[in-house]
Write a protein that binds this ligand. Structure first.
Ligand SMILES: Nc1ncnc2c1ncn2[C@@H]1O[C@H](COP(=O)(O)OP(=O)(O)O)[C@@H](O)[C@H]1O
Ligand SMILES: [Mg+2]
Length: 364
């Protein structure tokens, strides 16, 4: 078990910057999910942590040891990292026990000691007694647990997982999510878990690192990411946030601010240390919006879609006068609202999150 510290790491492939000054730290025993769309650099980051590739600049430390920097590179086998891939990478001709014990055999660990550690690792993933089976005779979830056991047997200081559930069907994924959580509790390992599935990241991680285009956008707890996104990209990526333009953001110093949305004044949430800003973004989700009465204060919209969601309807409506951003909100069943109707939509008081635009921070 060990702390992982990544400082301003950059990685180029030719002229393409796959990672751009990425910094993140995982405390000893922490479960960090790295979340981002396909191609954003997640696997590249994991390969640098594992030592399969070298950094262009920046440093990576495991515990107190610098393992990657432009000045030097510690070999993978000396980093004591365990790695679990999406496709398991089990050897079909070996039994489960031989697969799990392979690295110990290569390292020359004596048979009795090896058998003991293999059985212990299999017990940890709830596969005690499965040692004699072949991978072909296991379910997808069991194969993934063999891959976990194989990574554990070497007593890694850090466990890296690259989209380990991506190949499993939906039901199995939910069950394996519980397995990973239990596995983390039992072993207390520091874990770096890569995924493009935000529900998975939210369910498992102590903190989530959100990446896009080779950059780390925010590292925060699942709740902070959802409630207090650092920028418009995180706001729209996490939890289907809607992002709308704000002006005249005036913080009141207690985590609330007044601001204008298309000219109308609103009360919103904002960072406690927020300064006034001329411009910014509003992040709202369907649950933060409501239909105001015909004479109520809000945005004049035209309904473009009504979808039944069991007990409620999800409405989509275009803010017609303001260049047509689309809003989504839920209204309880029954409703008479139909496509083509004119409605007034309001942000519930205190519910939106204000994000001042970088560069437009200071209104004074
Ligand atoms: N060895 C490589 N050579 C050139 N480009 C690469 C190489 N590895 C990854 N890339 C590029 O770097 C970007 C990030 O890739 P990757 O880290 O695999 O993304 P993710 O795991 O988030 O889907 C992609 O655009 C990919 O094409
Ligand atoms: Mg990948």
């Amino acid at each position: 078990m060990a702390r992982l510290t990544i400082e301003t790491v950059t990685k180029d492939f030719g002229s393409f910057k796959a990672l751009d000054r990425v910094s993140l730290d995982a405390a000893d025993g922490e479960f960090i999910a790295v979340l981002g769309p396909s191609g954003c650099g997640k696997t590249t980051l994991l390969r640098l942590i594992a030592g399969f590739d070298e950094v262009a600049s920046g440093t990576i430390r495991i515990g107190e040891t610098v393992v990657s920097s432009p000045a030097g590179h510690v070999a993978t086998e000396l980093r004591r990292v365990g790695i679990v891939f999406q496709n398991y990478a089990l050897w079909p001709h070996m039994t489960v026990a031989e697969n799990v014990g392979y690295s110990l055999r290569v390292a020359g660990v004596a048979t009795a000691e090896r058998n003991r550690r293999v059985e212990e690792a299999l017990m940890l993933v709830d596969l005690g007694g499965f040692g004699d089976r072949r991978p072909a005779n296991l379910s997808g979830g069991q194969r993934q647990r063999v891959a976990l056991a194989r990574c554990l047997v070497a007593a890694p200081s850090l466990v890296l997982l690259d989209e380990p559930l991506a190949n499993l069907d939906v039901h199995l994924r939910a069950a394996m999510e519980d397995e990973f959580a239990a596995f983390h509790r039992r072993t207390g390992n520091t874990m770096i878990y890569i995924t493009h599935d935000q529900a998975e990241a939210m369910a498992l991680a102590d903190r989530i690192a959100v990446m896009d285009h080779g950059r780390l956008l925010q590292l925060a707890t699942p709740s902070e990411l959802f409630r207090e996104p650092a920028n418009a990209m995180v706001a729209s990526f996490i939890g289907h946030g809607m992002v709308l333009p704000l002006t005249d953001i005036l913080p009141e110093g207690d985590g609330r601010a007044r601001a204008r949305l298309f000219g109308r004044e609103l009360t919103l949430r904002c960072a406690r240390d927020q300064r006034a800003a001329r411009q910014g973004d509003l992040c709202v989700r369907a649950g933060d919006l409501t239909l105001a009465g015909a004479d109520g204060d809000g945005l004049a919209c035209r309904v473009t879609r009504v979808v039944y969601r069991g007990g409620l309807f999800r409405l989509e409506a275009v803010v017609e006068a303001e260049g047509g951003p689309t809003l989504s909100l839920d209204v309880p069943e029954p409703t008479s609202v139909a496509v083509g109707d004119a409605v007034t939509i309001a942000v519930k008081p205190g519910r939106g999150w204000a994000i001042p635009t970088a560069g437009g921070r200071d209104a004074s």
